[in-house]
Design a binder for this molecule. Sequence first.
Ligand code: C5P
Length: 403
Amino acid sequence: MQSLLNKKIVLGISGGIAAYKTPELARLLIQEGASVQVVMTEAAQQFVTSVTMQALTGNPVFTSQWDNSISNNMAHIELSRSADIILIAPTSADLMAKLSLGLADDLLSTLCLARDCPLLIAPAMNKQMWEHAATQRSADRLHHDGVTLLGPASGFQACGEVGMGRMLEPAEISEQVIAFFQKKSLVGKKVLITAGPTFEAIDPVRGITNHSSGKMGFAIARAALEAGAQVRLIAGPCDLPTPLEATGKIIRTNVVSAKEMHAATLAATNCDVFFAVAAVADWGIAKPAKEKIKRQGDGSPNMEFVANPDILLDVAKTVKTKNGKPSPYCVGFAAESTNLETHADEKLKRKGIPMIVGNIGPDTFGSDFNQLLVMDASGSKKIAKAEKLHLARQLIQLVAKKI
Ligand code: C5P
């Protein structure tokens, strides 16, 4: 599923070394279904050529406001009228200053002043330039004027220095552009999510775990962020990247065992929605060995198991009524090999929660696809097979209506 299908993006490029990453950004936006129209400043052409951008986007690149290839010779009006957004990456300190003052002395700045669509900018500059009071003033003014700032990030810079001012990576910019277009149904809400497997140690090198990849939980975290929520993600061992990390709206806590996941989750129940997506081990080893257990001939070690705490059950016990609704609104998950509907219904009642989501089909572990059965007091509803992110977005909209 492409997340930017039918979206028209004017991609502005200003003069900065980070422009070497813009071709990759254009490629990612197009991959998601967007049509991309590039506008470059004169300085940008010192860093990346219009030929490269034209070849990647399949559209002629505009570099001057005196371009007679546009029928009425008003590129600044034509281009902004047909766009869903203008995205500028990189945005130099100079261009930020110009935009904040409403100056319009070349095609890109004129286009921004004449636009009737949202403007998103990805600043990129040396850290001294970013920290300068004048640039900070520009950033504040632009923010106040309704411009969305994507980054910058901190890190290694082309000048050899380390600090704030790096342009976000193309994948992060593309992720934030996709998020920009999603329905904002959870603004001001806090969402808590457990995701991934847990690992129960037998000794320092061995343990018991399961095949959960964490993909469904991470997709729900991303969809909640896209909907405008503040997210707390408690993740078992999985090496997935934190979704939309650069927005600063997600806090991730990595845990290993079910007990650690229980402690981290119960410390964060001050939230509006809780999604228990993690595949938590039902049992842990009573006394994990301090040293690696040595093989003893043909014999096998005896292990005593202890039941792990039920995180969802314990969070459900903390639920209070807020504005006549249960808070946090708890959503459980059920991965069953047989009789999904019966088992899911039994879990709903046993855990005292308002909604449970069943993974339909045996092939969901590790896959990017899934299909869901959502059950609550009003009955059950199937969400057809799709990418986990697409399912997560639908689930978020369902839950948003409940709270
Ligand atoms: O109890 P059962 O494993 O059948 O239920 C699955 C649901 O309960 C999932 O939402 C899972 O994240 C949650 N769970 C939990 N803590 C456990 C076991 C399951 O939060 N110890």
